[in-house]
Ligand binder design. Structure first.
Ligand code: C5P
Length: 305
């Protein structure tokens, strides 16, 4: 049997980062939005005792691990463990989401693998709980849409959002390590260069903008506490943000821990226009267009051998 599932990349419309916790994570209040930029994960059963073989295909497959550090491998194994079967699978990941980009591509692979493995093994338990065990953003990739994330980001509840939003996604050639960006933020705060968060709550104005469905209103409410840290490590990202604003974007900011930058635009036509201009400026290694909010992890196909 072969099961294929997809799961979306995310951006953070609000990313408020609290203090460092004893477990090494930071408390977050974040508003996630899922992009229609999705990875696909196929799980194919292999003969007993053959174990797991994992390969990555697609435009952004370079640097994706094939061993147990791959979150999709860990997710499939976790579901097999819950059911009490040995995990003998061929795992194929089609990477459309840039890697180490701040878009939670690895988390999307885990969310897709959880859904596919649950189908394959007939697991009926709570996948959201398994997602939270594997990583901070996986619960959201599983849920999709627009959602409020708290604790370290793994506790997610849907947020009301009207209409659709168009984003221009500007990738960088080098990835940024998420732990490094969080550490940089702690350092900047210790030095007094960046303020501690004033309040750890969802911004009411942001939630109202999402209810209004107005991209113009949403554009005034986007915040990312990790942006100063990402810019301190990779100052060139400011050029990407400036270029997007010069090219007519409504707002532009670093996506999560970066280095991808995202620009909110009015509609599809505007997205094409801004993306074409940015592509001509040589500031981003790759420019994509994406619509949001998109659905969470879901089964794409089931083939019975
Ligand atoms: O949970 P995940 O594996 O995605 O997190 C990657 C790293 O990002 C963590 O090891 C931690 O260094 C940092 N992080 C954090 N606080 C969070 C989420 C992630 O410090 N809320």
């Amino acid at each position: 049997m072969k099961v294929t599932a997809s799961a979306p990349a995310k951006i953070n419309l609000q990313l408020s980062v609290g203090g460092l916790r004893a477990d090494g994570y930071h408390d977050l209040v974040t508003v996630y939005q899922a992009l229609d930029l999705k990875d696909e994960v196929s799980l194919t059963e292999r003969a007993d005792g053959m174990g797991i073989q994992c390969i990555s295909l697609g435009e952004f497959n370079s640097g994706v691990p094939s061993d147990d550090t791959n979150l999709a491998v860990r997710a499939a194994r976790l579901v097999a463990d819950q059911v009490g079967v040995s995990c003998d699978l061929s795992i194929e990941i089609t990477k459309r989401i840039p890697v180490a980009a701040g878009l939670a591509g690895g988390s999307a692979d885990a969310a897709a693998a959880l859904v596919a493995a649950a189908e394959l093994y007939g697991y009926g338990g709570n996948l959201q709980l398994l997602a939270a065990q594997l990583g901070s953003d996986i619960g959201f990739s599983f849920l999709g849409g627009t959602a409020l994330g708290t604790s370290r980001g793994e506790v997610v509840v849907p947020v009301m959002s009207r209409g659709e939003y168009w984003w221009v996604i500007m990738s960088a050639s080098n990835g940024l390590s998420t732990p490094r960006v969080y550490q940089k933020l702690d350092q900047l705060r210790d030095e007094g260069a960046v303020k501690e968060p004033m309040q750890m709550q969802p911004k009411q104005e942001l939630l109202q903008a999402l209810l209004s469905g107005s991209a113009n209103q949403l554009a005034t409410q986007l915040t990312n506490d990790l942006q100063p840290a990402a810019l301190a490590i990779a100052p060139k990202l400011q050029r990407v943000i400036d270029a997007a604003m010069d090219d007519g974007a409504l707002a532009a900011l670093v996506a999560g821990s970066g280095p991808t930058c995202v620009a909110l635009v009015k509609d599809y036509e505007h997205a094409l226009d801004v993306a074409a201009r940015i592509s001509g400026q040589n500031v981003a290694s790759r420019v994509l267009i994406s619509r949001a909010p998109a659905s969470g992890a879901e089964i794409v196909s089931i083939e019975r051998g």
